[in-house]
Design a binder for this molecule. Structure first.
Ligand code: ATP
Ligand code: MG
Length: 440
């Protein structure tokens, strides 16, 4: 991508409305724009990151056996009257009438709709287990939307829903998502700690929130510090192994970890003082097992091996991609801007032409840009006629992991500089060496 032809509206000044660093940097880097309170457009740079986050989430959901579909944002109120949640949900639900005066709503979550899909076609235990997910916009009319897309009214959620014949089978489905979440957050460059959580309006029995430790987090959390170094399940984890997944779950719940709603002071005080971590955290995922809470009122049942009908046991599993992007920034930035983990960086490499219009600089940059693009890298080429200082500041701000800098003096020697955004380390090398370093 040539920056001169791209759309990346950088802000020079710090936007006043932004209270936390991720919101400030997302606005300054031209990633998002607020359209009305708590409702955002994702501009091209932000969209690239969001897409990469979603690709990782999708990959790990698929690995764990979940199946993607797509459900609408607008739902009929009737479904919610069946489950009894239409009145219970309160003012967070945006209620709409269509031209026939039928009550509709902008979905805050999809338990009812997916249960309806399930009951319309699944009739036998032989079709279980089943886990259906989508990555879709939600709307919750939050009383206090803030911190940009961290807490917005319209936001994206990956929501998965599992269906099983028995509680035991449902626990295996729960453990699959538990392990998938550990892997997902790890691949996003984050350390998320599962904490015992309140089940809230979704309702249920077993629930964990996945929390990232960050000073700007809205949750107050308490845990054993060893969680920070626990091993993540590997990519060859067998998701069909009941014992294997139970062992992962047992290990990751063996030490104290709870949000303030579930905090047990006495149990926490039993942790040796030097091992206690009491901190702020950002909730990036939340999983629930809630048994037959929706299947009973909505009549979602299957025939069991005993020939009888059974209400299915369900769970739901949410991740917030539009919250994860700022959460990653909270965890990874410096005074100059964002430092993206390679897995979600909007571009892999930025090529900086320090003197656009200078034939040797232009030729060198074009050569590098073409070679790296051909090798499958996402390359941003800063071919604008801005001052070098402005270009460096922009490259640091948008946090692309590698900068290849071509200035007239180095280029005259057949060389460029390669800078690592995270460490700041710079190395001068030949043009060929710079290309070879990033071409596998
Ligand atoms: P919170 O406690 O932060 O309000 P929640 O418990 O209501 O969130 P869930 O119903 O558990 O949220 O939703 C699953 C995930 O969706 C959350 O873990 C979070 O990542 C994301 N999410 C929920 N509400 C928002 C929001 N207003 N803005 C952005 N992401 C959100
Ligand atoms: Mg939650």
């Amino acid at each position: 991508m040539r920056l001169s032809r791209y759309f990346m509206p950088i802000l020079k000044e710090n936007p006043k409305e932004a209270e936390i660093v991720s919101h400030r940097l997302m606005l300054r880097a031209g990633m998002i724009r607020q359209q009305s309170q708590g409702i955002y457009s994702w501009l091209p740079l932000g969209k690239r990151v969001l897409d990469k986050v979603n690709a990782i989430i999708r990959d790990e959901q698929n690995r764990a056996g979940a199946i993607e579909l797509s459900m609408p944002t607008l739902q009929s109120a009737e479904l919610w009257q069946e489950s009894g949640r239409y009145d219970a949900y309160g003012k967070e639900m945006l209620r709409i009438k269509d031209r026939q005066d039928r009550p509709m709503l902008y979905g805050p979550t999809n338990e009812e709709m997916v249960t309806d899909i399930f009951r319309s076609s699944v009739k036998s235990y032989k079709d279980l287990p089943l886990n259906l997910y989508h990555i879709q916009l939600k709307f919750r009319d939050e009383i206090r939307p803030r911190f940009g897309t961290m807490r917005s009214r319209e936001f994206m959620m990956k929501d998965a829903y599992s269906f099983d014949l028995t509680r035991e089978a449902a626990e295996h489905s729960y453990n699959k998502m538990f392990a998938a979440y550990l892997r997902t957050f790890d691949r996003l460059g984050l350390r998320a700690i599962p904490m015992r959580a309140d089940t809230g309006p979704i309702g249920g029995k077993l629930s964990h929130e996945f929390i990232i430790l960050a000073d700007t987090g809205e949750s107050e959390v308490f845990c054993h510090k060893d969680f920070v170094d626990f091993d993540i399940p590997g990519k060859h984890t067998d998701f069909d192994s009941v014992e294997g997944l139970q062992a992962i779950f047992d290990k990751w719940t063996s030490l104290y970890a709870a949000t303030s709603e579930m905090h047990d002071e006495a149990a926490f005080n039993a942790v040796p003082e030097g091992d206690r971590l009491s901190a702020r955290g950002i909730e990036v995922g939340h999983i629930f097992y809630f048994g037959t809470k929706y299947s009973e009122p909505m009549g979602a049942k299957v025939q069991g091996p005993d020939g009888k009908e059974h209400f299915v046991h369900m769970g739901s599993y949410g991740i917030g991609p539009t919250r994860l992007v700022p959460a990653i920034i909270e965890a990874s930035h410096d005074d100059n801007g964002i430092i993206w983990p390679a897995s979600v960086a909007p571009f892999d490499i930025v090529v900086i032409n320090m003197k656009a219009g200078d034939q040797a600089c232009d030729d060198t940059c074009e050569l590098i840009y073409a070679a790296l693009t051909k090798a499958g890298k996402d390359v941003l080429y800063d071919d604008t006629d801005d001052r070098a200082g402005t270009k460096f500041a922009t490259a640091d701000l948008i946090g692309v992991p590698v900068q290849i800098i071509a200035g007239p003096r180095a280029v005259a020697n057949g060389e460029v500089e390669v800078k690592d955004r995270k460490t700041g380390a710079r190395e001068t090398m030949t043009i060929e060496a710079a290309i070879n370093r990033f071409v596998a």
